[in-house]
Design a protein around this ligand. Structure first.
Ligand SMILES: NC(=O)c1ccc[n+]([C@@H]2O[C@H](COP(=O)([O-])OP(=O)(O)OC[C@H]3O[C@@H](n4cnc5c(N)ncnc54)[C@H](OP(=O)(O)O)[C@@H]3O)[C@@H](O)[C@H]2O)c1
Length: 314
């Protein structure tokens, strides 16, 4: 199976690359002789399953805002699957750059979906909990998190453009997986976990909001759940993630404890950090649908421990 990973320099794109590379470093990653441009993955689902070859595509090689670059790259490398981790992700900036966010997250995703459909390529596209309203009342309405069927109603422009991207894909009859994730974390790129570790060391005192609820989702879990869905030939919308529901404050507390960093941590309300884009108060996605398919969903603490210990010297 030949997998092309768009957005390869973002958090999830880098995570995919590192997952498929296994314990090899960049120089050791083995180029495929059968499929030029691709690398051989160290990950095989089982001894008799198909080998995986992967191709990282950064923004220069594959720009969602330039359909011609999408067509040229797909024709040149002929992947079986495109894993689209690329997106306009600047949540606050999107309030001022609506057109650009729409161009990438809605129009670009439509162009990608169409291009994949025309070439019989499977598309895995990541979306977000921000498609939901995230109002406090929904904590009681959906105690185990938003199911895939809950009505969408984003509260900010970024969420709206991601919802439009989902709708554009659903309007095309393609072999698509739309995978919603929330509170993405990893050892790569930018995320809350890394910010907390850095700030704890530089500031010595942290204030973290305790009135937004959700669950951290670690990219390695996302990747493993994605691979399982691909193996099952699943199609449609699925929520990926971890078990549990906490606030950002609870998350910060656990990160500091695991890293053995002892600095004062103060819970504050969202009003303490005014932001341009409204943030949802409730972001938990229910993972019942994938669990019913037999996919394992781990408590968030499991991956948190692994990632914090890999970042001890940040
Ligand atoms: N991070 C989260 O907490 C979170 C939560 C829910 C859902 N998600 C979704 O998960 C996916 C991965 O997120 P992430 O955390 O990996 O985001 P990220 O770190 O911001 O990475 C996004 C990547 O997309 C690239 N990109 C931006 N515009 C592009 C374009 N027009 N064409 C091609 N590439 C473009 C960016 O390149 P530049 O660096 O050059 O801009 C960046 O490398 C996204 O779909 C996001 O919406 C993320």
């Amino acid at each position: 199976m030949k997998i092309a990973i768009s957005g390869s320099e973002g958090q999830l794109g880098l995570s995919w690359q590192n997952y498929l590379k296994g314990d090899l470093d960049d120089n050791e990653a083995k180029s495929s002789t059968i499929h030029p441009g691709y690398y051989e993955a160290k990950v095989y689902k089982s001894s008799d399953s198909e080998a995986i070859y992967w191709l990282p595509l950064n923004r220069k090689q594959f720009d969602l805002c330039m359909p011609e670059s999408i067509h040229a790259t797909l024709d040149r490398f002929q992947p079986d699957v495109v894993i689209n981790t690329a997106a306009y992700t600047k949540v606050d900036q999107a309030e001022d750059e609506q057109e650009l966010a729409f161009e990438c997250n809605a129009k670009g995703v439509y162009a990608l979906g169409k291009a994949c459909m025309e070439r019989d390529i499977r598309l895995v596209h990541y979306s977000t909990d921000y498609v939901f309203p995230g109002v406090e009342e929904d904590v009681l309405k959906y105690p185990s998190g938003y199911p895939e069927t809950a009505p969408t109603a984003p509260v900010n422009i970024y969420g709206e453009t991601k919802r439009m991207g989902e709708q554009e894909l659903l309007s095309i009859e393609g072999d698509f997986l739309i995978l919603r994730v929330s509170w993405l974390c990893s050892a790569y790129g930018n995320n809350f976990l890394k910010t907390i570790l850095r700030r704890a060391k530089s500031h010595g005192h942290l204030k973290v909001v305790n009135d937004q609820l959700g669950v951290p989702t670690f990219t390695e879990d996302v990747i493993e759940q994605t691979l399982e869905l691909l193996q099952m030939d699943a199609r449609g919308i699925f929520h990926l993630g971890s078990k549990g529901m906490i606030s950002w404050y609870d998350f910060a507390k656990e990160i500091l404890e695991l890293a053995d960093i002892n600095v004062p941590l103060e819970p504050v309300s969202s009003d303490f950090f005014p932001s341009k884009a409204v943030r949802p108060k409730f972001s938990k996605l229910s993972t019942s649908k994938i669990e019913n398919l037999g996919i394992t969903v781990w408590p968030w603490q499991r991956s948190c421990k692994r990632v914090v210990s890999s970042l001890k010297d940040i």
